[in-house]
Design a protein around this ligand. Structure first.
Ligand code: SAM
Length: 272
C-alpha cells in the first residue's frame, strides 16, 4: 500500500506538517514576500520545498531551518538547492537569529508556513531578535491572526495581541483555505506580514515588567483590574495613571500596558 501523502513523504503530525500544493497560493505568497537577490532570506519549516524553490530561484542564497531530519536531507540532495541553501537542521525555537543576521551583515527577512503547534512560542522567540529582523511573513491559523491584530474591547484581544503590537506592525495579506494543503488542516489559514518597528511606538524600559503585567491581567481576564493587578497597583495608583480600576484586561490599550510597565520599572527594588 502506498501511504504517501505528498511527494512520497508521510506527513508527520508531531511536526505540524501540512504541505502547500496550490500553485496560485504559492505564487501569491512569494509575490507578497518579494525576495530580492542579495537579501538575507530565512525560511522556517521548508518541508518539501513548495515555497523554498520559487524563493531560491529569486535569490543568490538563503537559509532554511527544518527540524525534520528526513526533509532537511531530502532538500540537501537536490542539485539545484545545493548551491543556494544554507541548511540548518534544528528546532527554530533554539536558533540564534542575531547570529544569522550578523553572518549576512544585514537584517533578516524571515518567512514560513509555520507548524501551528509552535507558532506562538516561535513568534515570542523571534520578538527577542526584532532588531535583527527586517520583516516576517507567516502562514498562521486564521484564529491566531485575529488575535494578533485584535484591538481592545474584543474577545480576541489578549497577551499575544499586546506583545505582538508592541514590537510589530501587523498586516494580514491573504486567506488560505484548507484545500490548499496536503493533508488539509481543519482550520482556515491567513498569511500575515509582521514588520518590526524601527522606532517603538510605546517603548518600555524593562520588558519583563510588560510580560508580568499582561500575564497577570489576561490570566484573569474576567476580573476587574482592581483584582487582577491588585498585587501591583491599588485602585488609587491606577487612577493616577488615568485608568479606571473597574475595567478588565481586555479594555486596556497597548499604550496603557506600556505606561504601567514603565511605572513598575521606576519603582525602587524592594529590600525584603
Ligand atoms: N513550508 C512547507 C509548505 O508550505 O509546504 C511545509 C510547511 S509545514 C506546515 C511546517 C514545516 O515546519 C514542516 O516541514 C515541519 O517539519 C517543520 N517544523 C516543525 N517544527 C519545526 C521546528 N520546531 N523548527 C523548524 N521546523 C519545524
Amino acid at each position: 500500500m502506498n501511504n504517501c501523502v505528498h511527494q512520497c513523504h508521510m506527513a508527520r503530525k508531531r511536526f505540524g506538517q501540512n504541505f502547500l500544493h496550490d500553485s496560485s497560493i504559492i505564487d501569491a505568497i512569494v509575490a507578497a514576500i518579494h525576495p530580492e537577490p542579495s537579501q538575507a532570506i530565512v525560511e522556517i519549516g521548508p518541508g518539501l520545498g513548495a515555497l523554498t524553490k520559487p524563493v531560491a530561484e529569486r535569490v543568490d542564497a538563503m537559509t532554511i531551518i527544518e527540524l525534520d531530519y528526513d526533509l532537511a536531507a531530502r532538500l540537501a540532495s537536490y542539485p539545484f538547492f545545493q548551491s543556494k541553501l544554507n541548511i540548518v537542521q534544528q528546532d527554530a525555537i533554539t536558533v540564534d537569529f542575531s547570529a544569522l543576521s550578523a553572518e549576512r551583515g544585514q537584517p533578516l527577512r524571515i518567512f514560513g508556513n509555520l507548524p501551528y503547534n509552535i507558532s506562538t512560542p516561535l513568534m515570542f522567540h523571534l520578538f527577542n531578535y526584532t532588531y535583527a529582523i527586517r520583516d516576517m511573513h507567516f502562514m498562521l491559523q486564521k484564529e491566531v491572526v485575529n488575535r494578533l491584530v485584535a484591538g481592545p474591547n474584543s474577545k480576541a484581544y489578549g497577551r499575544l495581541s499586546v506583545m505582538t503590537q508592541y514590537y510589530c506592525n501587523i498586516i494580514p495579506i491573504l486567506e488560505v483555505p484548507p484545500a490548499s494543503f496536503r493533508p488539509a488542516p481543519k482550520v482556515d489559514s491567513v498569511v500575515v506580514r509582521l514588520v518590526p518597528y524601527a522606532t517603538l511606538p510605546f517603548p518600555v524600559r524593562d520588558l519583563s515588567k510588560l510580560a508580568t503585567l499582561t500575564s497577570l491581567a489576561f490570566n484573569q481576564r474576567r476580573k476587574t483590574l482592581r483584582n487582577s493587578l491588585g498585587s501591583l497597583f491599588s485602585a488609587q495608583q491606577l487612577a493616577e495613571q488615568g485608568i479606571d480600576a473597574a475595567l478588565r484586561a481586555e479594555n486596556l490599550s497597548v499604550e496603557y500596558y506600556c505606561q504601567l510597565a514603565n511605572v513598575l520599572a521606576e519603582r525602587p527594588v524592594s529590600q525584603d
